[in-house]
Design a protein around this ligand. Structure first.
Ligand SMILES: [Zn+2]
Length: 651
């Protein structure tokens, strides 16, 4: 038989870049699994497909997180990089390259695309009003502002886009803005910003939307935005900021959303260099590689409009498809990175086999922009019923008969049964390619049902041994076909299956070749799942347990406030004169002015960190620190009970 020559497709695939200020949660894994299944399928089906990603490292949240932890942003993103990379590996996510936007390649590409945009008259400057947090002495990036959506009036929405109506807007249009950092009302302040002329790209974008492969609902949304008046895009940020400086400007940084998607190019370029490949062969107008992005629905505006506009201004090839997925809910509840309620992906593997999560997501994912619920009861039930009860059951119930034949299969098999499975190949290939995973899982499980029914009807356990071996050999050949179909979804379980079957070639092209070697003895490939119980959430921040010696090193003392007064030029500080008994007096600057009047503090007992390194400040030297706690409502000094004397040790 002549196999028709297959047109081999070449593809570059990306998922959205995870942000480098926190560990990955299960929502990240949903997107990674969706993308990984697709890229694995493409390679499994004889195409050439490379999957790229990087950490998105720049912007205010990383800067603030580093400040909060008392480390340099570079150190923070290094730690997070290792953490992200190893977590993706746990879930079998196979990147050609996982890189960082804080890289030389990314800096070069960002500067180059900016330079091209400038040469094409797409860059201009304007003095604009910005929201400024007077408490924190910084301009507020959009995500640190919350308020009411100017389009649909939904409250508590983000500074630049609305989670309810999906609108993207200028932060200055937000009604009743609040700084999330200090929980105060920001003021408007003038500053010069640099803009990318998105309106000039309007015709090009309309054309792009027509050509690119998009889900219908995404296409409609993008067209809607395009038909609204496009606005110039603010691509600069003022210090303090962690990012790349804009060339030929004084103290201006690229907005993180400029260099984040350019990180795709940087990651590919870094990989190309290591593999002696020419970037022009991979991603340029003349390249024969398709470009596919996988993203969440919250960033469709950036990927559907800003990103192609940036690419086109430097004459780069535009994406062939943008696939958008919905959000993940857990047991019906919204998960949120910013609220810290997401289950950490690296913790979840202590509860389940990560392959089973891949399977569960696949069983739920389709090609629509729909939210997906991870329901623990449903999860356990589905894994036990599908993978253990249907798929693996075929192998475990058949292997025992083959073992009696010295693990040799019979050639006398029922080809009709196998053909009925093989006939589904084209449909399964189409469903993989069009990302309709839930449908294909249903079809594969129906086939597994058919095979189990075949075994039940044939009752090998009642037959003589030779007949039982024939039946079981048919069943194991069917098991091989199902394993090949499932391979992109559960790569490791199926790899163990191929090992058991002693099968070396297992691409979709090999699916119709019957087993012809001695197989190995079967060992269970997955145990039934028990009830899922999530351990206490462990964040990166609170793993720093100290021992008693560390604690004893801190010299805490009872102190009496002898005098308290305002500090000129410092609107948050009070200057305190503290009496600590035999140890003398101390001068301390405390950031408690918003909560206390100086005259109310006199004679009050507080707790002092006595051996803190003295800190030189503009107004004098601070010799220690008084303990206080705080929440959104205010600051609360910690006081010893009555009877404590100045100078007493606190332990
Ligand atoms: Zn809205």
């Amino acid at each position: 038989m002549n196999t028709p020559i297959k047109n081999i497709r070449k593809m570059l695939v990306t998922q959205a870049l995870p942000y480098a200020n926190a560990p990955l949660h299960l929502g990240h894994i949903l997107e990674a699994v969706q993308t990984d299944i697709w890229t694995r399928f493409q390679n499994h089906n004889g195409n050439i497909c490379h999957f790229f990603c990087a950490d998105d490292t720049h912007g205010t949240p990383v800067m603030l997180k580093a400040k909060e932890l008392g480390v340099d942003p570079e150190d923070l993103i290094d730690e997070v990089f290792k953490d992200h990379k190893s977590t993706y590996e746990l879930y079998g996510i196979q990147f050609a390259n996982f890189y960082s936007t804080h890289s030389n390649e990314n800096k070069e590409y960002s500067e180059y695309i900016y330079k091209c945009a400038k040469e094409n008259n797409l860059i201009s400057k304007m003095n604009i009003d910005q929201l400024y947090d007077e408490n924190e002495k910084m301009f507020l990036s959009d995500r640190f502002v919350s308020g009411t959506c100017p389009k649909c009036r939904a409250e508590h929405q983000n500074g630049d886009n609305c989670g309810v109506c999906g609108a993207s807007y200028n932060v200055l249009d937000v009604i009743d803005p609040v700084s999330i950092i200090s929980n105060t009302t920001p003021i408007k302040k003038k500053t010069e910003h640099i803009f990318f002329d998105l309106p000039q790209k309007s015709e090009m974008l309309k054309d792009f939307i027509k050509k690119v492969n998009l889900q219908e609902s995404v296409k409609n949304k993008l067209s809607e935005w395009l038909n609204d008046d496009l606005k110039k895009w603010d691509i600069s940020r003022d210090p303090p900021y962690f990012g790349f400086m804009i060339p030929d400007e004084v103290e201006k940084y690229f907005y993180v959303w400029v260099d984040a998607p350019i990180g795709y190019l940087a990651s590919i370029s870094n990989w190309a260099k290591k593999n002696n490949l020419d970037m022009n062969e991979l991603w340029s107008q003349k390249s024969d590689y398709e470009i596919h992005h996988f993203i969440g629905k919250d960033i469709a505006y950036f990927h559907g409009l800003f990103w192609p506009a940036l690419l086109s201004s430097a004459n780069y090839k535009l994406p062939d498809s943008i696939n958008v997925h919905g959000f993940l809910t857990i047991n019906g509840e919204k998960m949120s990175k910013s609220r810290g309620t997401g289950i950490l992906a690296k913790d979840f593997v202590s509860v389940i086999n990560p392959e089973t999560l891949r399977y569960y997501f696949a069983a739920k994912l389709n090609n629509k922009v729909e939210d997906i619920d991870l329901n623990f009861e449903d999860y356990v039930q589905r894994i036990n019923s599908d993978i253990v009860g249907k798929y693996l059951n075929i192998a475990s119930r058949s292997a025992s008969f083959i073992k009696k034949n010295n693990n040799l299969l019979s050639k006398n098999i029922n080809q009709d049964i196998l053909d009925s499975l093989l006939n589904k190949k084209d449909e399964i290939v189409d469903l993989y390619d069009s990302k309709q995973y839930s449908k294909l899982i249903r079809i594969i499980m129906d086939l597994a049902d058919d095979v189990n029914k075949f075994i039940n009807d044939e009752t090998p356990w009642k037959k003589d041994i030779n007949e039982a071996i024939d039946i079981s050999s048919t069943a194991l050949n069917a098991f091989k076909i199902l394993s090949i179909y499932l391979h992109p979804v559960i790569p490791n379980i199926t790899k163990d299956a191929f090992e058991f079957l002693n099968l070396k070639k297992f691409t979709l092209n090999d699916v119709d070749v019957n087993l012809n070697k001695k197989i190995n003895t079967y060992k269970p490939l997955l145990n039934r799942l028990e009830k899922i119980i999530i351990p206490e959430e462990e964040d990166m921040d609170n793993t720093n347990i100290i021992n008693i010696d560390h604690f004893s090193a801190v010299d805490l003392r009872v102190a009496r406030i002898v005098e308290a007064c305002d500090v000129e030029e410092a609107d948050k500080l009070l200057q305190l004169r503290l009496d600590i008994g035999e140890l003398g007096t101390r001068n301390v600057f405390a950031g408690i002015k918003s909560a206390y009047k100086p005259e109310d503090l006199k004679d009050r007992l507080v707790v002092l960190v006595n051996n803190l390194e003295p800190r030189k400040m503009k107004f004098g030297i601070s010799e220690g620190m008084v303990l206080a706690s705080s929440n959104d409502n205010g600051i609360y000094l910690v006081s010893p009970d009555e009877g404590a004397e100045p100078g007493m040790k606190v332990r």
